[in-house]
Write a protein that binds this ligand. Structure first.
Ligand code: ADP
Length: 330
């Protein structure tokens, strides 16, 4: 995933990952689509089509890949784009797959170009050409692979070259979660962790989780800490204390979201401002702004995208207590 995670968080997430489509909250459309695809493959006794999971970090792409393997009773191999820097890295993984194995490649848009080309052939024909030797004496040796199902994850399907995108039988577009859905995620997590927070406290966390299960679980952990350290059993008090301490605002915006918005408002008088200019101004990569920050700001109506650039909405001005014109002069 594109956001940094501590070992503690990874262990925590592992414990909370739903194991089946039925346990997976929300994403009704994607669940239905995956369910059909897996059932049809099982009935015909073949490996399911390759699947691309697209959406911002923390929405459940990795979890769904694990579910695909689990529901179709197949082993799962995990890899990631950044780990595949040469075609040889990919050849090593592909040639060691067991028949029917599910290969998960996270951040698949970050794989080396040479590996991408190898993957086209592998996905289509379960075959690769391995180059042996160098220069004039180099020869390519064809190698048959065991059939496999590739599950790729990307924060933006648009970042993938067309030939790669076209080779996936199905693209699952994951959406931000509704508050009710995050509440369900939290009820489940609190239950699994034997945390005794009331419904209202969990609902409050759900509303501040940026539409993202990973963030909901992360906040739940901070609220648990707060309740523990302050010896309180008042769930709502713990939620309020923890959220204030970690500066999560009423929309659930994080530090980077706020930096982007504040820059738009105060330095560019609300825009329009181009993506690259904005990225340079806040010292982030434009890919991060585009695939992690912007989708949520657009979703909750604080930013709109126009052909001339990004524009902050009146709601954004209001949220920061600023007015156009005046802010730029400050
Ligand atoms: P991604 O791969 O999209 O970055 P993950 O699949 O790693 O996201 O999900 C992050 C965490 O959020 C997981 O540990 C899982 O516990 C939780 N999670 C994600 N989606 C759901 C869901 N629909 N229901 C319950 N928990 C979820």
């Amino acid at each position: 995933a594109a956001d940094a995670q501590s070992p503690e968080e990874l262990a925590f997430e592992g414990a909370l990952r739903p194991k089946s489509l039925d346990e997976f909250v929300g994403q009704r459309k994607v669940r239905g689509q995956l369910d059909l695809l897996l059932k049809a493959a099982a009935m015909q006794d073949r490996t399911p089509d390759h699947i691309l999971m697209a959406g911002p970090p923390g929405l459940g792409k990795t979890t769904l890949a694990m579910i695909v393997a689990h529901e179709s009773n197949r082993p799962l191999r995990m890899s990631s784009g950044p780990a595949i820097q040469h075609a040889g890295d990919l050849a090593a993984v592909l040639s060691s797959l067991m028949p029917g194995e599910v290969l998960f490649i996270d951040e698949i848009h970050r794989m080396a170009r040479s590996a991408e080309e190898m993957l086209y052939l592998a996905m289509e024909d379960f075959r690769i050409d391995v180059m042996v030797g160098k220069g004039a004496g180099a020869t390519s040796i064809p190698l048959d692979l065991a059939p496999f199902t590739l599950v790729g994850a990307t924060t933006r399907a648009g970042l993938l070259p067309n030939p790669l995108r076209d080779r996936f039988g199905f693209t699952a577009h994951l959406e931000f979660y509704e508050r009710d859905e995050l509440e369900q995620v939290l009820i489940r997590a609190a239950h699994l962790l034997e945390l005794d927070f009331d419904r209202y406290a969990l609902r409050e966390i759900a509303g501040r989780s940026r539409g993202t299960p990973r963030i909901a679980n992360r906040l739940l952990r901070r609220v648990r800490d707060y309740a523990l350290v302050h010896g309180t059993t008042d769930g709502m008090a713990a939620v309020q204390g923890a959220l204030e301490l970690y500066e999560v605002d009423e929309y659930g915006l994080d530090r980077l979201d706020r930096a982007v918005l504040e820059t738009m408002l105060t330095r560019f008088d609300g825009g329009p401002v181009g993506l690259n200019t904005l990225a340079v101004s806040v010292g982030e990569e434009s890919e991060t702004i585009e695939s992690v920050v912007e989708p949520f700001l657009v979703r909750i109506g604080l930013v709109t995208r126009t052909p001339r650039g990004r524009i902050a909405t009146p709601r954004a001005w209001h949220h920061f207590g600023l007015t156009p014109g005046q802010a730029a002069a400050q």
